[in-house]
Design a protein around this ligand. Structure first.
Ligand code: ATP
Length: 231
C-alpha cells in the first residue's frame, strides 16, 4: 500500500513501530504482534526511518534494502503494513512529523482513529531528547515494551522521566496517562548483533525470518566487502 492507503478505511486503532530496521529481526516482530493482540489494534504500521535523528552517524544499509527486508518479514500477516512515509520525506525522520501526518490524514478523511506508537523501555528513556516529545504525546499514546536490560518502567519512573510542560506543577501527570505498558516476551535480539554476525560470516538463522536471512545473503549486506551506503 502506498500514500493514504497505508491504513485501511476500517482501521480504528493503529499501532506504529518506527525504527531503523537495519535489519528487521524477530524482536521487532514479536513486540508488534503482542502489542497488536494486547491492545486490540486493527493494524501495525512498520515505519523505516530515512535518517534517524538518534543515529546520525550510523552508516545504514540503503533505505531500499531496509524497506525490502521489512516487506519480506511482514508478508503473510494481514494486520502488518509497511509505510514509506519517512523514506519519502526529506530531512531527519522525526516521529512527531510522521504521527502528525497520519493524524492529519485521518482528520481529512473524517475517520476517528487512535494511534499508538510502540517503543521499548530503552528507547523511552531517551524520549526527552526527541523532537517535540510533548506534541508527540498529544498526538498518540506511547506503548512501552520491555527489552532485556531495560524492564518496564513503574509510575514513579514515568513521573520523573517523562517530558513536562515548562513550569508544570504536577510534573508529568498528564504525560503519564499517555503511556501504556505492555509486557511482551523479552527477546534479546538487536539489529547490531545481526549485523555483526553477518559481517563476520556467522549464522543469523533464527534471529531474522528466513526470507530476510536470504535477502541479506543474496545482497551481501553487512559484509565487510559490501559497500554500505547511507539511506
Ligand atoms: P540497533 O541494534 O541497530 O540499535 P535495534 O535492534 O534497536 O537496532 P531499531 O530498528 O533501532 O532496532 O528498533 C526500533 C524499535 O524497536 C526501538 O524502539 C527499539 O528499542 C525496539 N526494539 C528493537 N529490538 C527490540 C527487542 N529485542 N525487544 C524490544 N524492543 C526492541
Amino acid at each position: 500500500m502506498t500514500g493514504p492507503d497505508w491504513v485501511a478505511p476500517g482501521d480504528r486503532r493503529v499501532g506504529i513501530l518506527g525504527g531503523t530496521f537495519d535489519p528487521i529481526h524477530y524482536g521487532h516482530l514479536v513486540i508488534a504482534e503482542q502489542v497488536r493482540e494486547a491492545l486490540e489494534l486493527d493494524r501495525v504500521l512498520f515505519v523505516p526511518a530515512a535518517i534517524p535523528p538518534h543515529k546520525p552517524e550510523a552508516v545504514l544499509a540503503a533505505a531500499t534494502d531496509r524497506a525490502a527486508m521489512v516487506e519480506l518479514a511482514i508478508a503473510g500477516n494481514p494486520a502488518f503494513t509497511i509505510s514509506r512515509i519517512e523514506l519519502e520525506r526529506d530531512g531527519p525522520s522525526y516521529t512527531v512529523d510522521t504521527v502528525g501526518e497520519l493524524v492529519d490524514e485521518a482528520a481529512r478523511r473524517g475517520v476517528a482513529r487512535e494511534f499508538f506508537f510502540i517503543l521499548s523501555s530503552e528507547a523511552l528513556a531517551g524520549l526527552c531528547t526527541w523532537h517535540e516529545p510533548l506534541r508527540l504525546m498529544s498526538l498518540c499514546r506511547l506503548v512501552v515494551v520491555p527489552r532485556p536490560g531495560a524492564p518496564l518502567p513503574d509510575a514513579a519512573w514515568l513521573e520523573s522521566h517523562l517530558p513536562a510542560e515548562p513550569g508544570a506543577g504536577d510534573r508529568a501527570g498528564t504525560a503519564v496517562d499517555r503511556v501504556v505498558c505492555v509486557q511482551t516476551v523479552p527477546l534479546a535480539h538487536s539489529a547490531s548483533d545481526v549485523r555483526n554476525r553477518a559481517e563476520s560470516g556467522r549464522s543469523i538463522r533464527y534471529l531474522v525470518p528466513p526470507a530476510v536471512e536470504a535477502y541479506i545473503r543474496e545482497h551481501r549486506l553487512y559484509r565487510s566487502d559490501h559497500a554500505r551506503r547511507t539511506a
